[in-house]
Design a protein around this ligand. Structure first.
Ligand code: SF4
Length: 388
């Protein structure tokens, strides 16, 4: 197995330069059994005051979320960080690509800290820049590159965002993927326009078919581990959506069988899933939407209603705890945390905060100037999309 197939070293040791995340984790971590961890985190945060701004992604553990100044999805958190130019230290409790986005959107005098460098994202790692450049060369050879607009999901590394910026494309989130696809199709002559969608094939397919009226036959999947992506030049010429063969290892676990089983066992249940789920799960669900949409939907739900939710387990548990008047189930038979998100635990947060108090800035995530410039172009094209 190559490092591209399994870029995150399972035990977080060593270093894998082909991964979007580093995996070295320097420092003397407090023991997880230390009974004073909560107090130490509180004291360090208090000592830092306004100099630190702690961001917590919705999929983080409760022990970490309790210290977040704001919570949100990756894009909201990056914007929240940009809205606090006075804080020199941004501690990002999330994964590597999110910290990169925060670095891109914050000022040069601000430093973004990721408490554990092993907190990468398996989906983001599924599209490496060299692989995407090879795919683009194949599109040139097939004579269609001029008709293709690359669009990348927020959940991608900074250099993939920069690739899209350089090649006339944009970034999208799970909330605005349909608007981004509409924009991208409008950038090329009608009837010829194509989109290379990175790195999540499911978000690309679900958006194209369920929101844009394309068919499954309009979509092909580019497999970076096969010659020419496993596609013929004619298939590339015929396709309207060229989907990168990437997926989320958390949302990819939900199955159509589980949806059917839950419907049979919970009368009147409403199935609510994230668009990173497989197409057959999404087509069986009642409601599909981003993490923020899932939260808003549950907040607005009537007491006594039943819900089966297909997204990361920390968030589903938190929603169930916050809404005891609603019957909330998790849409999987087994535990389904995001293992890399869970790398950020209280010992790592304490270590990061106490290092800052001591005058050391640990685990700084810094995007080089050229990558930042083009990634910003792609992000700005997304920000310029019409609101819906
Ligand atoms: S939940 Fe999926 S997309 Fe999000 S960080 Fe984890 S692996 Fe990546």
């Amino acid at each position: 197995m190559t490092t591209v197939d399994l870029p995150l070293l399972p035990l977080g040791r060593g270093r894998d330069l082909s991964s979007e995340a580093g995996v070295d984790c320097p420092g003397d971590l407090p023991a997880a059994s230390d009974p004073d961890l909560v107090e130490r985190a509180r004291a360090a945060k208090e000592a830092l005051g306004d100099r630190v701004f702690v961001l917590g992604h919705h999929y983080q553990r409760d022990e970490v979320i309790q210290f977040a100044d704001v919570t949100g999805d990756s894009f909201k958190l990056a914007k929240d960080a940009a809205a606090r130019p006075d804080a020199p230290y941004i501690v990002f409790c999330g994964v590597h690509f999110m910290a990169e986005s925060a670095d891109i959107l914050t000022g040069d005098d601000q430093q973004v800290v990721l408490p554990d460098l092993a907190a990468g994202c398996s989906m983001a790692d599924m599209a490496a820049l060299g692989q995407v450049e090879d795919a683009w060369d194949a599109l040139v050879d097939a004579g269609v590159a001029d008709d293709v607009v690359p669009v990348t999901y927020m959940n991608s590394s900074a250099d993939i965002k920069a690739f899209c910026g350089r090649n006339g494309g944009a970034v999208c989130t799970s909330s605005n993927a349909d608007v981004a696809l509409e924009w991208a199709f409008d950038q090329r002559p009608e009837g010829r326009a194509k989109i290379l969608f990175l790195p999540d094939q499911h978000l690309g397919r679900n958006t194209a078919v369920l929101k844009m009226g394309l068919t499954l036959e309009d979509c092909v999947v580019w497999n970076p581990h096969r010659p020419n992506g496993g596609l013929t030049p004619q298939q590339l010429r015929d396709a309207r959506m060229i989907l990168w063969k990437g997926h989320c290892s958390v949302h990819g676990r939900f199955s159509a069988d589980t949806v059917d089983a839950l419907r049979a066992s919970i009368p009147g249940v409403t199935v609510l899933v994230h668009p990173e789920c497989n197409h057959d799960v999404v087509t069986r669900a009642d409601l599909v939407g981003s993490t923020e949409f899932i939260i808003r939907t549950i907040e607005a739900a009537e007491p006594g209603t039943s819900w089966a939710i297909g997204t990361e387990l920390n968030l589903v548990k938190r929603l169930a705890d916050a809404h005891p008047d609603k019957n909330i189930s998790f849409l999987d038979r087994t535990v389904c945390y995001c293992s890399t998100m869970n790398r950020i635990d209280l010992p790592h947060l304490v270590w990061a905060l106490e290092s800052l108090v001591a005058g050391t800035v640990p685990n700084v995530i810094s995007v080089d100037a050229e990558t930042e410039k083009w990634a910003k172009v792609a992000l700005q094209r997304m920000l310029d999309l019409p609101a819906r």
